[in-house]
Design a binder for this molecule. Structure first.
Ligand code: THU
Length: 147
């Protein structure tokens, strides 16, 4: 279990995720998601979900943020904030990362990655990827040391 994030860092990540959600491309589901990923060296990478008429190529907000970071050479992360809601609705539920995103994040964040599933700056659930993906399969299983 990781220590909780400092309040101002958490609030900044949630704000960045809310901001990124504005760019969600969601003509099919109308479900807008934003994510903000904090790297170990203090950079923030944001992402939104990007849908596709072919459905399968749709990319979740979390993986958009992750792939932006990794494609710029940043591969170690300490936290991610996620916000999602149906257009024009107040969300009842927090948006948890889908199974594919849990696995993708596990590769670069491992079980200690802090995951903040937020509705607003002061309404959120904070947990870890290890809690969301117990016994996750990662680089260590293949005897690769990600650090
Ligand atoms: N989606 C995300 O971007 N992240 C999640 O964690 C859950 C689902 C997107 C994919 C799709 O564009 C829409 O939400 C509805 O599934």
């Amino acid at each position: 279990m990781s220590a909780a994030l400092p309040a101002e860092v958490r609030a900044g990540l949630i704000r960045a995720a809310l901001d990124a959600r504005r760019f969600a491309y969601v003509p099919y589901s109308h479900f807008r998601v934003g994510a903000a990923l904090l790297s170990k060296d203090g950079q923030v990478f944001t992402g939104c979900n990007i849908e596709n008429a072919g459905y399968t190529p749709t990319n979740c907000a979390e993986r958009t943020a992750l792939f932006k970071a990794v494609s710029e050479g940043v591969t170690r992360f300490s936290a991610i904030a996620i916000v999602g809601s149906l257009e024009g609705k107040t969300n009842e539920l927090v948006t948890g990362p889908c199974g594919v995103c849990r696995q993708a994040l596990y590769e670069f964040g491992g079980p200690s990655l802090i995951v903040i599933m937020a509705k607003s700056e002061d309404d959120y659930i904070e947990t870890t990827l290890g809690d969301l993906l117990p016994y996750g399969f990662g680089p260590k299983n293949l005897e690769i040391d990600p650090d």
